[in-house]
Write a protein that binds this ligand. Structure first.
Ligand code: SF4
Length: 368
C-alpha cells in the first residue's frame, strides 16, 4: 500500500501554494509530489505566468485540471450556463465546488492521497478543502501540520488512554510526568481543545507528530498505510514574510498583481493592487480591487461587466457599471486612503498587508 499513496499539491496561482511547492521541492526533494492547477479559464495573465515560472523551478509539469472539459467553452462559462446565468457569491459558491473541488476529487479518484496545503503559521483557518476520506490534508507551514478532523479524533476525551500510551512510548522519563498531566486532563470549557493542542505542541512538535502518526494507525487515514512520513520532524513555522522571501529568492517571483500601484485622488497619493489570486471577477474582491481591475486591466473589467445581466451582479446591491462612475470611484479611492492611514504602521509593498482582513475569507482551492 505504501507505494500507492499519492502526494499532491494544488497550485492556486496565489503566493502561498507557490511558495509551498518551492519549499517542499527544496526541503524534501525525495517526495514525489504531483502538482495540479484547476483552471477556471478566467484567471489573470499573471497567474498563468506564475505557473510557468514554477514549472521551471520545480522541474515538473503542473497538471491542468479543467471542469467540463468536453465543453467548447471555458469551464466557468460552461457551468454558468448550467446554473442559468446565476453568478456565484459568497453564499452560493458553486464555482469553487464545480471548478476546483470536483476536478481535484476526480483527479485523485479513490487513491489514498496526501494533499499539501499552504495555509501559513500566522493564519487561523482551515480553508475550504476536500473532506473525502481518502484525501488527507497536511499543512507544512503550520506548527500543527494536521487537519482539524485528525486533531478532533486524536484529542477526543475517549482517546485519552490511547494517547497516554503513545506518549509513553515516545518521551523520555523526565518528560513523561508533565506530558501525562496534559494528556490526562479532559477537554472542557476550562480546558478547550485548542489549549490542549497548543500545550502538547509546546512540549515538542516532533513528539506530538509521532504520537498523532501512530494514532492514525488506529483509524483509517491515508497516512495509516505508511511506515514513516518525512514531515513528522518538520518544526518550521512559516509566516507571510517567509512566503515573499521564498518566492523572490527562488527566482519564481511574486505575482505582479500583488504589487501596489500608485493612484492620485484630490491631490493625495494612494495605492491599490489585488490582494489575491483567483478569477479576475471573483466576488471576494474588495471594491478598491474592482477599481484596480478597471484601471489596470480594463479588458478584464469589461468582461466581468458583461456577466452582469438578468438581475445578477458580482457585488450585492451594486453593479460594476456604477462602481466606475467618477463620483463612486473617487469615493472608493478616498475610503482606501482612509484605510491606509489607519494602517500607517504596516509598511509593505503589498496591498494584502493593508487589506489583511480579506485574507481569511474565500477558499484554500482558489487563493492559497
Ligand atoms: S476565484 Fe472566486 S469566482 Fe473563481 S472559482 Fe474561486 S471563489 Fe469562484
Amino acid at each position: 500500500m505504501e507505494n500507492k499513496i499519492r502526494h499532491v499539491l494544488g497550485i492556486s496561482g496565489g503566493k502561498d501554494s507557490a511558495a509551498l511547492a518551492i519549499y517542499l521541492k527544496d526541503k524534501y526533494p525525495q517526495l514525489n509530489i504531483e502538482y495540479y492547477f484547476c483552471d477556471t479559464g478566467k484567471e489573470l495573465d499573471e497567474t498563468y505566468m506564475l505557473i510557468k515560472n514554477l514549472e521551471v523551478y520545480i522541474g515538473k509539469t503542473i497538471t491542468r485540471l479543467e471542469a467540463g472539459k468536453y465543453s467548447h467553452e471555458p469551464p466557468f462559462d460552461h457551468f454558468l450556463k448550467l446554473y442559468g446565468g446565476y453568478l456565484p457569491s459568497s453564499n452560493s459558491r458553486w464555482c469553487t465546488r464545480k471548478l476546483k473541488l470536483e476536478p481535484f476529487e476526480r483527479f485523485v479518484g479513490d487513491d489514498p492521497v496526501i494533499s499539501y496545503v499552504g495555509i501559513r503559521g500566522d493564519e487561523d483557518r482551515e480553508g475550504y478543502i476536500s473532506k473525502k476520506p481518502n484525501i488527507q490534508s497536511i499543512f507544512p507551514f503550520r506548527k500543527n501540520i494536521w487537519s482539524e478532523d485528525v486533531i478532533n479524533k486524536a484529542l477526543k476525551n475517549d482517546n485519552i488512554l490511547v494517547l497516554a500510551n503513545l506518549y509513553e512510548k515516545h518521551v523520555d522519563k523526565a518528560m513523561t510526568k508533565r506530558v501525562l498531566e496534559i494528556v490526562n486532563e479532559p477537554i472542557s470549557s476550562n480546558f478547550p481543545q485548542t489549549d490542549k493542542l497548543n500545550a502538547l505542541l509546546d512540549l515538542g512538535i516532533n513528539v506530538f507528530n509521532k504520537v498523532v502518526f501512530d494514532f492514525l494507525k488506529t483509524i483509517q487515514y491515508p497516512l495509516s498505510y505508511v511506515n514513516d512520513f518525512l514531515l513528522l520532524d518538520n518544526e518550521d513555522v512559516l509566516v507571510r514574510d517567509d512566503i515573499f522571501r521564498i518566492l523572490r529568492e527562488s527566482g519564481v517571483g511574486v505575482p505582479k498583481y500583488y504589487e501596489k500601484v500608485e493612484f492620485e485622488i484630490n491631490g493625495k497619493k494612494g495605492e491599490y493592487a489585488r490582494s489575491r489570486s483567483g478569477c479576475f471577477f471573483c466576488f471576494f474582491q474588495q471594491k478598491i480591487e474592482w477599481v484596480w481591475l478597471y484601471e489596470q486591466h480594463p479588458d478584464k473589467f469589461k468582461m466581468a461587466m458583461e456577466y452582469e445581466k438578468d438581475g445578477y451582479s458580482w457585488i450585492q446591491n451594486e453593479r460594476l457599471k456604477d462602481i466606475i462612475k467618477p463620483e463612486r470611484k473617487r469615493q472608493i479611492k478616498e475610503e482606501q486612503l482612509k484605510h491606509a492611514a489607519r494602517n500607517i504602521n504596516k509598511k509593505s509593498p503589498y496591498l494584502l498587508d493593508i487589506l489583511d482582513e480579506a485574507e481569511g475569507e474565500g477558499c484554500a482551492a482558489c487563493f492559497i
